[in-house]
Design a protein around this ligand. Structure first.
Ligand code: CU
Length: 196
């Protein structure tokens, strides 16, 4: 069991390195140039910088991917999206409009990346102290999430269905390293994260 977990740690490092997470602030009046250039498979996290309701949504006809956060309200709230299609994605806040809140995410092709690499689960923030958010790939939308501590002891388990962003409260967990295993049909992935 310990050998297996060490191997998973090793594989986890490679998976984490293949993908980058970017942070963007998102608040009324931030402007029309909330732009980023990223690679295929990278994740963008928008963090609400004021207490007003906002959306993050693609501009129909001017984006290669379709995404919409729905209305989210609250300082420090987040929305994340993992971009896998090469091209431009103009997006805006559907409540305050493009003049007040908009930008473009340009997604560059990554050569030699397997389809699998674009379908990794991602955990943020990492390290985390109170809540971890889990972004699941499109081929893993129903299944079971299980967390293990470094000794392989199961700490947590939940079923999930049709959610692309799952929040898990870890505030009562001991500090240290954990493995999060996600099983969906025939697919299984493990990622490591740190509670601090
Ligand atoms: Cu807004």
């Amino acid at each position: 069991m310990k050998t297996k977990l060490l191997l998973l740690t090793f594989l986890g490092f490679f998976a984490a390195n293949a993908q980058t997470t970017y942070n963007l602030d998102w608040f009324t009046g931030i402007g029309a140039n909330v732009d980023l250039t990223i690679d295929q498979g990278d994740t963008v996290i928008w963090t609400w910088g004021d207490a007003l309701p906002h959306t993050v949504e693609n501009e129909s006809g001017n984006s290669v991917e379709t995404f919409n956060s729905g209305v989210i309200t609250g300082m420090g709230e987040t929305y994340s999206y993992t971009f896998t299609v090469v091209g431009d994605n103009n997006y805006f806040c559907g409540i305050h409009g493009a003049a007040s809140m908009s930008g473009n995410i340009t997604v560059l092709e990554v050569l030699g990346v397997e389809e699998n690499e674009l379908n990794k689960i991602s955990i943020y923030p990492n390290p985390a102290s109170s809540t971890i958010n889990l972004v699941l790939p499109k081929n893993m939308q129903t299944g079971q999430i299980t967390a293990y501590d470094i000794l392989g002891k199961q700490i947590y388990s939940q079923e999930f269905e049709s959610e692309d962003n799952i929040a898990i409260n870890i505030s009562s967990w001991n500090t240290g390293s954990y493995f999060l295993k996600v099983v969906s049909g025939e697919s299984m992935q493990t990622e490591r994260f740190i509670k601090n």
